[in-house]
Structure formats: C-alpha cells, structure tokens
Design a protein around this ligand. Structure first.
Ligand SMILES: Cc1cc2nc3c(=O)[nH]c(=O)nc-3n(C[C@H](O)[C@H](O)[C@H](O)COP(=O)(O)O)c2cc1C
Length: 382
C-alpha cells in the first residue's frame, strides 16, 4: 500500500499502522479506559441525516470561514497534537506546511517537537498556541509572552487535561517520553527498522516549548512528571480570567462540554470555546462532542465562536457540525495518520481529499457557502 492508494481516513490509518512501531501507532490511535467515548465520537454523526436541496445553482462553492478573527480557506483546521516528530521526522513542519498550502490554521502543542517561533516564521497562515496551566504563575506569563512575541494569533488553553487520561494501550506497550519501553514494546521497534533509521539520522528529538522543564537527556523528568509536578490541578475560573486579561486577544478554552461552562467562558472574556473531549483520550464515558454541540451553540453561539472537534473522519461530519452552528471544525487523527504514513505529502493529500469531499458534499447539499448550512439541513433519527 502506498500514498496514492489512500482515499480516506481508514486508508491513511492502515498505512500509518504499517509504517509506525506499534507503541507509537497505539499512542495516536488509542483512547482512555474502554474507549467508549472515542468510538461514540464518530458514531454520533450517524444519529442525524443530511437533507439536501436541489436546483440551487452550485457552480462555485466558497468553503471559507472566519473564526477567532482569522479568515480560513477551509472550515477545518489542524488541532494541536503532541510529539509529531515521533510520527514522522518532519513533524510539525510537515503539518504546518500542508495547513498553509490549504490556507488553514495550525495549532502548536505545548508538547510540540518544533518551536512555536520556527513554525510562525515558516508559515503565513494563522497559528494557535495550545497552553497548559502551570503552578508557577510567572512561568505562565512568560510562556504567553513568548507566544505573543512569536506572533501567535490565537491562545488555546486546554481545560480537559487537569490530569492525564488512562490510556491503557500505552500502559501495555510501556509508551512514555522519554522512552521506557518494555521488552515487547522494544521488539516492535526492531520490527520497523525504517522508522528507527529515520529517528536516529534526523535532528534530535526535543520538546522546545518545555525544554527547561522536561529533561530529555538523562530522562530525570518525564512528560508524566511534568503533568504531575508542574501543572496546576487547582486551576479555576479566576486563574483563567487573569490569563485572558493578560493575553488581551483571541483566547479560547479547549475541552468545554457543558453549557454552564460555556457561559462562564463568555463571562471571563473568552472569544471562543472548543467543544471537545480530546478525541476520547481523557474522560471515558463522557458524552460525544457532537451530542453536546447544539445546546452549547444555543447557549453562547451568538456571543462567542463555538468550535468543534473529536471524531471527524468525513466531509459530511464537518457539514453536520457546521449545520448545528459550529464556526469551524478541528481535526486530530485525520492529519496524524497521513503524517505518519508519508510526511507532508501525506498531510497534503489528506487535506486535498477533504477539500474535494467538502466541495462535492456542499454541491450535493445545494449550498455554495458555509453560512447557508443550518439546522434545516438536518433531521435527527430520535
Ligand atoms: C496523538 C494525539 C496527541 C494529542 N496531543 C494534544 C495536545 O498536546 N494538546 C491538546 O490540547 N490536545 C491534544 N490532542 C487532542 C487533539 O487536539 C484533538 O482534540 C483531538 O485529536 C480531536 O479528536 P480526533 O483525533 O478524533 O479528531 C491530541 C490528540 C492525539 C490523537
């Protein structure tokens, strides 16, 4: 199987599985506990059907949206994800390059493997910085200042990771950063020698956003320790209100799932909320993002941008979320498998296929611009 044989999400997943040592594949592919929320995320799109209109004249379709003050050529953007250079040696450079080619936004993770400064210099399209809240308030301010100085347009605070999700696939393989593989896990690396050759012949693996806080060399501090020791589980609305004030720009909360929390986000001055359950990687048993979207749009959709992620695999999933009132849709695994499968050409192919799918689906729906999508286009089955 090669890149040209990949026509959809599942094809890219299959190719990524072939290329990656299984502990790394399972890190991307897995969810928390029994993975019920993870499965439900995508299944939830099937609870409603699209109702198309015909004979509306759909020669030219405009897929652009404006979200968090940023004009995007597509209604999807690449949500921030950790450790991308483990999946392919070009990591964030490849994903940001592909996102730029398709005129959309790219999110740099706090656990990213290329610096936010480098990505900001490399691309002209809008950039998000995904932030975790540290016990050390000075450090929080210093990191936000760093993001400001590098020209990041949107600050995204992840609020659903107050503690790590229970990813049992990682426990079985021993996946951790720095690596602490068990024997079975190590064997999986031996079985994928090309990945190993690429890993050792390219620039050393780093976490530039956190280089002073995680010791990659001796392994004295791991990502697990960073979460336990440096992040602040007592973070509350007052803390975030201060951050919003300090940032003084586009600020969104990623991982909002209740309408009450969305309301509080408005009250403290956020300009957006992302309805997300972290792709089913945090609280298993949590409702799917799609099931929660409508009530949150109804609560705050006229006041701030309601954005959506988790479970998206198809253009029709995107259209359903936009029809319910989301302003834009984040994708995670949908670009990570292509990255692992083939680097930047892989991500470009995935975004290109998604763009073509969205254009085709819009035409079949009888729509020429995203603002024509409304709840009138949907019927729920129960
Ligand atoms: C491998 C992986 C790493 C992730 N790392 C982060 C991260 O560092 N910070 C964050 O806020 N979200 C992270 N996420 C969550 C994504 O930003 C996004 O919310 C999620 O992937 C959406 O679900 P989907 O993969 O079904 O599209 C990660 C997701 C995956 C799959």
């Amino acid at each position: 199987m090669r890149l040209k044989d990949c026509h959809n999400f599942q094809d890219f997943r299959t190719l990524a599985k072939k290329r990656l040592p299984s502990p790394i594949f399972n890190y991307i592919d897995g969810g928390a506990d029994d993975e019920t929320t993870y499965r439900r995320n995508t299944a939830a799109f099937e609870t409603c059907d699209l109702v198309p209109s015909v004979l509306t004249g759909v020669k030219d379709v405009d897929l652009s949206v404006t979200v968090m003050g940023q004009k995007l050529a597509l209604p999807i953007y690449c949500s921030p994800t950790a450790l991308q250079r483990l999946f392919h040696h070009d990591g964030e450079r490849a994903v940001a390059g592909a996102a730029e080619k398709y005129g959309t936004m790219f999110g740099v993770s706090s656990l990213g493997t290329v610096s936010m400064e480098e990505i900001a210099k490399q691309t002209t399209t809008p950039q998000v910085y995904q932030f975790y809240f540290h016990k050390d308030r000075e450090l929080n301010r210093a990191m936000m200042q760093r993001a400001k100085d590098s020209g990041v347009q949107v600050m995204m605070l992840t609020v659903d990771s107050i503690t790590g999700g229970n990813r049992e696939r990682d426990l079985r393989t021993g996946f951790a950063i720095p690596f602490k593989l068990n024997l079975k896990g190590m064997l999986q690396f031996v079985l994928k020698p090309m990945w190993g050759i690429n890993y050792v012949t390219h620039e050393k693996f780093r976490l530039p956003q956190l280089k002073e806080h995680i010791d990659m060399g001796s392994g004295a501090t791991s990502i697990g320790d960073y979460f336990t020791n440096m992040l602040d589980p007592s973070m509350n609305w007052d803390d975030v209100a201060e951050m919003v004030k300090f940032w003084d720009g586009e600020f969104c909360l990623k991982g909002i799932m209740s309408r009450e929390d969305a309301r509080k986000a408005v009250e403290i001055g956020c300009t957006g909320v992302i309805i997300s359950n972290h792709g089913g990687r945090q609280l298993d048993g949590s409702r799917s993002s799609f099931d929660q979207l409508a009530e949150i749009v109804d609560e705050v959709g006229d006041e701030i941008d309601v954005i959506f992620d988790s479970g998206v695999q198809r253009g029709t999933h995107v259209l359903k979320a936009l029809s319910l009132g989301a302003k834009a849709v984040g994708i995670g695994r949908m670009y990570l498998y292509p990255l692992a499968a083939a680097g930047q050409p892989g991500v470009e192919r995935a975004l290109g296929l998604m763009k073509a799918e969205l254009e085709r689906d819009m035409k079949l729906m009888g729509k020429t611009s995203i603002d024509q999508l409304t709840r009138e286009n949907l019927r729920f089955r129960f």
